[in-house]
Design a protein around this ligand. Structure first.
Ligand SMILES: [Zn+2]
Length: 159
């Protein structure tokens, strides 16, 4: 289910997003229609929230890898078999689709697992964290967030 996001100043629809969507970066954005500042609900300010531990948990990625592998394997196994009620010319469609979707999913999950295991993902997040810390050390940035109603953690608030 996607949520529509409207600019709080000009009320124009700026984007749609999934509630579980997580991006890491500046939460302060400028409306491309009217130029007003707004807080982007898709983004997380790492200095406020801390390192997201679930990003480094390989269990969900391993589950995804297995599911992707099973889907691909199912597609592969269907190649030699005739599917009832499917025209001859379309027999290839289902196995190919399953094989492709499964393989893409498995490769994506494997990539995540490798970047976690090798520490590449942590490196990337440490860089994001450093950028976030530098953003929140700017009092003007904090002030803007507060003006927009963002809950700024105590330690970063204006003295
Ligand atoms: Zn606007």
């Amino acid at each position: 289910m996607s949520i529509r996001f409207y600019c709080p100043a000009c009320q124009k629809e700026l984007f749609r997003y999934e509630y579980r969507m997580r991006k890491y970066g500046s939460i302060l954005r400028k409306c491309r229609k009217c130029g007003a500042d707004y807080i982007d609900p898709r983004y997380r300010e790492l200095a406020f929230d801390g390192m997201p531990k679930d990003e480094f948990n390989i269990i969900p990625y391993t589950v995804g890898l297995v599911i992707g592998g099973l889907i691909a394997w199912r597609g592969w196994a269907l190649f030699g078999k005739r599917q009832l009620g499917v025209p001859d010319a379309m027999q290839w469609l289902m196995p190919s689709t399953l094989l492709l979707i499964g393989a893409f999913l498995a490769i994506g999950m494997l990539y995540e697992i490798i970047t976690i295991k090798t520490g590449l993902k942590m490196k990337k997040f440490e860089k994001l964290m450093a950028e976030s810390r530098s953003r929140v050390s700017d009092i003007r940035y904090i002030h803007k967030l507060e003006q927009l109603g963002c809950e700024v953690p105590e330690m970063y608030r204006n003295p």
